[in-house]
Design a protein around this ligand. Structure first.
Ligand code: UD1
Ligand code: MG
Length: 456
């Protein structure tokens, strides 16, 4: 892809994640909440990576090992800095002084609670630094500007960012607002940041003061504009849901752009990591949790829920199917209504069309699992495996008590409770024998009628 900032420019992304997030009313730190089954901080970090942010520094609050661990899980090479006292955005950036001092060309400052910023937007910010600015802010025009910093312009140069609380009545009329994230030229970043004071309404070290200071130093400050969705910050559960809605729209659009047929896109919920092959159809009302891959030509029918699963080429899932983590469906596998699959591999052409639980199992190629089949995988303490051979036929309403092995081509009679291995090509019948008593029904009815009369 064409990178306007040139291939040789280096970039450090500093992700500010020291927010308290008390308005989320949650024991989980704000930035570990998820949209599209991916944490807010992870979204920000991957956007930075996609925009060429080879180095990432995450600034966390004190005793936030959980946030630090998530940052490392997303990028093992990320460095983590602790901001002990929360003295403002510029103070938070300086917690990563050591990383800044290494001297990257572009220093991207990002907020971990602003997960929807797109890599393209970050690339545009970086390009502004490559074009000669010392500071470039990300502007947007919100419907309601109250609360946001205002961008004071002179022609196409940015003169200052005035925080809402410090703004005059005249400045508050400005509709171009500060989205928060910003990029600084590495060469002057520390000089500028070290000059930022805290003489303002909040008594905080404002990152936004970088603009006026750059100009005092004779350096250039500019703005690029983006839409509100890019800079949507999250402070509450309602805002989390709004961000989810925006992300879902993007994911659906991207899936359709890649050729997936979504019959009613607004009813399909995707994950940030859902992967689709070619010619996949997803019917209405399907939910994809994290870690799902759907291969070419597969169809996911309505009201199915999938997570941690692979759906093979041409496979059919649902309606009303549940694929749980570790479900691996081979080519042309059919999983029908009210079938749950967990930690099980179904090899090519295997079928379980109705009402079954297949957990901790292997189902061989072209095996047929009858309605009501249950793999009894759990004894209350341990999980055990069920191994079903290729071409086996499991009659309806059978319980396969694991660990148990059904050989290739074997046949299990309906209603069996199978506790012993079945050899290949054998017929297993494990149920009470049927007895027919001639006239027995009539005799029974007569007996019951007499008993009822005797009572009344
Ligand atoms: C900031 C901008 C404002 C902009 C708005 C956009 C500043 C001074 N103001 O204001 O111009 O319109 O974002 O949403 O930058 N943080 C820390 N440590 C701190 C302070 C903040 O890590 O000491 C983190 C927060 O967790 C958050 C981010 O920095 O992720 C922004 O801080 P916040 O207090 O939300 O700034 P705003 O007042 O929203
Ligand atoms: Mg904020």
């Amino acid at each position: 892809m064409h990178q306007p900032q040139g291939p040789n420019r280096t970039c450090l992304a500093i992700v500010l994640a020291a927010g308290e997030g008390t308005r989320m009313r949650s024991s989980l730190p704000k930035v570990l909440h998820q949209v599209g089954h991916k944490s807010l901080v992870a979204h920000v970090m991957t956007a930075a990576q996609k925009a060429g942010g080879a180095e990432i520094a995450v600034v966390v609050g004190p005793a936030r090992d959980d946030v630090a661990a998530e940052a490392k899980a997303v990028a093992a090479g990320a460095s983590v800095f602790v901001q002990r006292d929360r003295l403002g955005t510029a103070h938070a950036v300086l917690a990563a002084r050591e990383a800044i001092a290494k001297g990257a060309d572009d220093i991207l400052v990002m907020f971990a609670d602003t997960p929807l910023v797109r890599p393209e937007t970050l690339r545009r910010l970086r390009a502004a630094i490559a074009a000669g600015a010392a500071v470039t802010a990300l502007g947007f025009r919100p419907q309601d500007p109250s609360g946001y910093g205002r961008l004071v312009m002179k022609g196409d140069e940015l003169v200052a960012i005035v925080e809402d609380k410090d703004a005059t009545a005249e400045e508050r009329k400005i509709t171009l607002c500060n989205g928060g994230l910003m990029v600084l030229a590495g060469a002057s970043a520390l000089t500028i940041l070290d000059r930022i004071g805290n003489d303002n309404a909040k008594g905080e070290y404002y990152l936004t003061d970088a603009v006026a200071i750059a100009r005092e130093l004779g350096l250039k400050a500019t703005v690029i504009e983006t839409d509100e969705d890019d800079v949507r910050g999250i402070n509450t559960k309602a805002q989390l849901a709004q961000a989810e809605a925006v992300l879902q729209q993007r994911l659906r659009a991207a899936a359709m752009e890649a050729g997936v047929t979504l019959i009613a896109p607004e009813t399909v919920f995707l994950s940030s990591d859902t992967t689709f092959g070619k010619d996949v159809t997803v019917e209405p009302n399907v939910v994809f949790g994290a870690g799902v891959t759907v291969e070419d030509g597969a169809t996911i029918r309505s009201f199915s829920h999938l997570e941690g699963a692979v759906v093979g080429k041409g496979a059919r899932v649902g309606p009303y199917a549940r694929l749980r983590p570790g479900a691996k469906l081979g080519q042309d596998v059919h999983i029908g209504n009210f079938v749950e699959v967990k930690a099980a591999t179904l090899e090519d052409g295997a079928k379980a069309n109705h009402l079954a639980y297949i957990g901790d199992a292997r189902v061989g190629a072209k095996a047929n699992i009858g309605a009501g089949t249950i793999t009894c995988n759990y004894d209350g303490v341990n999980k055990h495996l069920t191994d079903i051979g290729a071409g086996a036929f499991i009659g309806t309403n059978s319980s396969l008590v694991a660990p148990v092995k059904i050989g290739d081509g074997a046949y299990v009679g309906s209603g069996s409770v199978v506790t012993k291995d079945v050899p290949a090509d054998a017929l297993a019948i494990a149920r009470g024998r049927q007895v027919n008593k001639e006239g027995g029904a009539a005799r029974l009815r007569e007996l019951y009628s007499k008993m009822k009369k005797a009572k009344t």
